[in-house]
Design a protein around this ligand. Sequence first.
Ligand code: TXA
Ligand code: MG
Length: 330
Amino acid sequence: MTIAPQTADLAAIQTAVEILRKGGLVAFPTETVYGLGADASNPEAVKKIFRAKKRPADHPLIVHIGRPEQLSDWAQDIPQAARELAAKFWPGPLAMVLRKQPNVPLAVTGGQQTVALRIPDNPVALSLLNAFAGGIAAPSANLYNHVSPTLAEHVVSELGDAVDMVLDGGACSVGLESTIVDLTGTQPALLRPGHITPRQLEEVLQCPVRVPQRTTTRAPGMLEIHYAPKTKARLCAAEQLAEEIVQLQKQRKRIGILSHRFGAGAAADVFVLRLPDEADEYGHALYAALRQLDNMKLDIILIEQPPDDDNWLAVNDRLRKATAAGTLIG
Ligand code: TXA
Ligand code: MG
């Protein structure tokens, strides 16, 4: 595996393009999380993504493009809503599900007749996409059901030699996966909350966006156990944290606390990691924090429950999934 330096210069981009053209895998930074990329028009290359991630083949991938004009290479019957959202939010952390063009491999779409598309807002990703000039299918560059990578080193430690090259673009600015909106139905539907909120979508579309509470939709990002650390993790209301810690200490547990308001004093076998008390900044830091705690050989991670309001929709979605297993997975 080659690891390109942080600036990802032209030579590195050229090498990455050659790898993609030959059907190899290139991990690259986006503003959300690192993606594990393959040539979206090459089904054999796309299958390597599923093998590297150990991801079931029926879980569709997002196709990344460099320019809005490429939309019609991948999607057909594109509604005006898609054009409006693209004009407002691309490049940016929004993926749109549309009807696929017949030539889009079913390996990319998990066998479905729809395709998810987005233009990422990251200079390295855009250089790569524009030099490659095609679509790059890329899920988050982590093992299936594990925490998404927000640094190049997360990709290296998790996927290692399964990837031919990692382009290092430093820390992802958003840090949570993109908002996904399905535009193939009679009403736009949110499939995954992200940095771009349903309200922002509604402002552009001038119509309501369906926001399912808990769902069994096609997006595996919405399966309950997802984005999970390996250590047992539990959400805990702020006012119950202190008591919870006392109980766990009695059982001689090694405890990690992920807090944003709660300020516990230092104690043996209690490690407190404090995140910002603002939703976007919290989201930016969350995955690296979960990985840090996950590497500490703790018995349990207690996560202080953030407020239940719209600003925290994406963060709360990921926290619910990270804690859904309750017990060890991975
Ligand atoms: O921020 C992101 O979207 C990152 C970066 C790399 O772009 N990618 C990402 O990919 O999170 P992944 O595979 O981890 O999540 C993509 C989500 C999945 O939940 C998948 O089911 C959904 O997009 N998706 C893709 N195509 C779809 C389709 N045709 N219909 C419904 N959901 C789809
Ligand atoms: Mg993912």
